[in-house]
Design a protein. Structure first.
Lengths: 231, 231
């Protein structure tokens, strides 16, 4: 019998459905942003409809809010709840020691805020996101508009190979908070902790895409099936 | 002969005029925000009109832009210049070792951005602003709107006595970048460096009002005359 080879899209769907199993009745659930998270949100929508699951969603982007509303998931803002039971989100890169890069979708700030107030935090990815060391994926840095070019030049002088993120129309991408994103093409991040502290200190940096020591569980879709790692 | 006792307002005006002496022809000048800085900007306007001083101003707030424009000072945004020769700004509190608290006027983010790219940085204050240790003046922290209440609760639990800054109409104050300000009533800041690093790390904190190791010169208006300190 020939094994069916799953596409990346099918792997994403599988982990999305698997992650939704961790969502229990009456939970307040942080809903991540991105293509893998979308499958998880679709599955929660199905469970609400077909299995009478009752949850409150806390969204991490305008895009996710729209999807969740269409599915009939009741929503609250992060400031309307006391805490979040569980947040499920995707990631752009995960290292062997469970550090991650997020922000490929541009929602890193709200994603980090919701994750910060979550009791449990799960990442769902396909196996292409697992790396030995972070850095091949460009690191997104959300920056205040005023002085953004000065910051860009500063990153350039540091050898961080910055690029302003742009829209398909070639305009500077604007985040849900009204800021720019500068992607740093670093190739290898030798020490994410030190880089994170450095970026935190720069004036004009609102937040960066290094999610360090935050995740509790990682669900990975591989061609040989699902794998779950606990941190 | 009886000495004339100067009011606080007269002291502010004196240091404003004194600071304007450091502005030379063809300079790119960062223009601070607040009542003391206003006197300095008025004096620059007078020099442009009466003494044909030629400068370009880089402003730190919408309020300062308005004042400078009315005085005929040519303006550029921080991203339109390569660097700033000299920034002159006021401060809310200055410690013995030249650390400062700024942001009483709500413009700390743009003020810090402009100061970061300035070759020289001068503070102008009346003597009431000089303190042994920082902290009696509430420390402003500019925070992202999303999750601001969570952050407030977090500050409360840390014993930082947070207060959302409000307008005269009782609404939450909004900064020029569209964020909130939480003022921390700390009374004494034992170690500003460590507190600054801690605040930099918090998710949702855009910037804080601790200006550490930034200033080169402080001009102080005292009842016995002007005093200038170099750092």
């Amino acid at each position: 019998m020939r094994e069916k080879v799953l596409t990346q899209e099918e792997l994403k769907k599988q982990v999305g459905i698997e992650a939704a199993k961790y969502v229990k009745n009456e939970m307040i659930v942080g809903l991540g942003t991105g293509s893998t998270a979308n499958y998880m949100i679709d599955e929660l929508g199905r469970k609400i409809k077909e299995e009478h699951l009752k949850i409150i969603g806390v969204t991490t982007s305008k895009a996710t809010s729209k999807q969740a509303q269409a599915l009939g998931i009741p929503l609250k803002a992060i400031d309307e709840v006391e805490y979040v039971d569980l947040t499920i989100d995707s990631a752009d890169e995960i290292s062997e020691n469970f550090h991650g890069i997020k922000g490929g979708g541009g929602a890193l700030l709200f994603e980090k805020i919701v994750a910060s107030y979550s009791r449990q935090y799960i990442w769902i990815v396909d196996e292409s996101k697992l790396v030995k060391q972070l850095g091949a994926f460009p690191l997104p840095v959300e920056v205040v508009k005023y002085g953004a070019k000065q910051l860009y030049r500063f990153f350039e002088n540091k050898g961080y190979h910055p690029h302003f993120r742009t829209t398909n129309e070639g305009k500077k991408f604007i985040t849900d908070s009204g800021n720019y994103i500068i992607d740093l093409h670093l190739e290898v991040i030798a020490n994410p902790i030190i880089l994170g502290e450095e970026l935190d200190k720069f004036v004009g940096v609102v937040e960066h895409g290094l999610f360090l020591n935050m995740v509790n569980k990682v669900i990975v879709g591989t061609k040989k099936g699902l794998r779950t790692y606990s941190n």
